[in-house]
Design a protein. Structure first.
Length: 433
């Protein structure tokens, strides 16, 4: 097989997972060692991806079922770096709850491997394999803290919804295969015009199934045929995410609902059906990952006597006792609300610019309306932080990596307006349509 080196990142990560699993089983008290090796494995995989695949033009492998190009390589690197930061900032949390076990980093690596398979897939079967590998690992991660009721509830809900979405997705795949005789994305795209109405049923089932889980990069070459469905999903996600988050009193639930709205903005860029729209969506997702890492770093610092606090009222008067943490939260929340000149403003600006250039004014109006609604609950949190009565002081003995994650993400969000061209230049090489 020629060009086999292009899948070295996935091969290396797979071998790392198997090695770590065997090492963890046979070596007792190896949680810290497994964690460190996992971090090294993620960095090495990112380096291999950068060296072996980032500079390549589009290359198809394994009977055209896997695609390696600049877009897939870039998204893999972003995924790997995000996973690295997730591992390092969550270690203290795991130790406090006594769930710092070998399985946690291995499950993270397994989920990342599934994401990488999805990103490079050019076939419905390969895509589904990656999707389920990612999802199965996340089921277990959601229920990892078995002694906590919320963890078990989250895992069960995720499992039930994912089982439903998998059924819908597979039914859609079977319909498309029945009408086209192939599961390859390129062949399906070529036959969409001749079998437009027949394939619509399968496409709807696939997109509804994906709407429960993720938005997947591999389907980008079919965007122009799915435009109306993407517009509907974008509008529904933006409005539902903005409205549903208003009544939340728990920070994690608020973030979960608001993330639905943020995915709606990313969908709006994809629904445009142009290279500029796709590039703006990738910029949005990248900046959103950065904002989320910063926000969860703040949440992990809300700890007192080995107990974490996650309700909005627990932020009351935070600025009096923790001015720097409050400042970081202020910057991150303003960015999520799209306040200039922070990174979140530019992320939304690129999306709306792409939408308006294609005269999709209704979509732009809905997006702006959702932004205004979402700004309410972000600003409400800031009001509670700075103007409400302070509560007991939180602990300050945080890990170096947690402090680094919060500081780096906050500075990048704050200083993005100085060098916005750097990220634009990175994604400008992406040409799908």
């Amino acid at each position: 097989m020629t060009n086999l080196e292009l899948v070295f990142p996935e091969i290396f990560l797979s071998l790392s997972i198997m090695f770590l699993l065997i090492l963890g089983v046979f070596k007792k008290e190896s949680s810290k060692l497994i964690q460190n090796i996992s971090l090294i494995a993620l960095l090495i995989t990112a380096v291999i991806t950068f060296n072996e695949t980032l500079s390549n033009e589009e290359i198809l492998l394994f009977n055209n079922s896997v695609i390696i190009d600049y877009l897939s390589s870039l998204m893999k690197i972003i995924t790997l770096l995000a996973a690295f930061l997730v591992l390092v900032i969550s270690s203290s949390y795991l130790r406090i709850f006594k769930i710092f076990k070998i399985e946690y980093p291995i499950l993270i690596l397994s989920s990342v491997l599934g994401m990488m398979v999805m990103i490079s897939s050019n076939d419905l079967i390969v895509f589904y394999m990656g999707l389920e590998l990612q999802s199965l690992a996340l089921y277990v991660l959601a229920t990892f803290n078995r002694d906590q009721l919320k963890s078990s509830e989250a895992g069960l809900k995720y499992f039930v919804l994912s089982a439903l979405s998998s059924g819908l997705l597979l039914y859609g795949c079977s319909l498309i295969y029945g009408f086209t005789g192939s599961t390859n994305f390129n062949i399906i795209a070529n036959q969409l015009n001749s079998n437009e109405y027949a394939l619509t049923f399968g496409i709807v089932f696939i997109l509804v199934g994906l709407a429960f889980k993720i938005l997947a990069v591999p389907f980008l070459n079919l965007i122009d045929q799915w435009q109306m469905i993407l517009i509907f999903l974008s509008i529904a996600s933006m409005l539902f995410g903005a409205i549903a988050a208003i009544g939340q009193t728990n920070l994690k639930r608020l973030i979960a609902y608001s993330s639905i709205g943020h995915i709606g903005y990313a969908l709006a860029g994809l629904a445009v059906g142009t290279n500029d729209g796709i590039q703006s969506s990738i910029i949005y997702i990248t900046i959103y990952i950065l904002m989320n890492l910063g926000l969860f770093s703040c949440l992990l610092m809300m700890k007192r006597n080995n107990e974490y606090y996650e309700d909005i009222e627990d932020l009351s008067g935070l600025s009096k006792n923790h001015p720097m943490l409050s400042l970081s939260l202020l910057i991150i929340l303003f960015s999520l609300a799209g306040i200039p000149p922070l990174a979140g403003f530019f992320a939304k600006f690129y999306i709306f610019k792409s939408v308006i250039e294609q005269s999709m004014y209704f979509l732009a109006i809905v997006g702006l309306l959702s932004t205004v609604i979402a700004a309410f609950y972000y600003l409400r949190i800031i009001k509670i932080i700075y103007f409400d009565k302070e509560k007991e002081k939180y602990d300050t003995d945080h890990s170096l990596w947690l402090k680094f994650s919060l500081t780096a993400s906050t500075l990048l969000i704050l200083m993005y307006f100085i060098f916005p061209s750097q990220l634009i230049e990175v994604v400008s090489r992406i040409n799908i349509i």
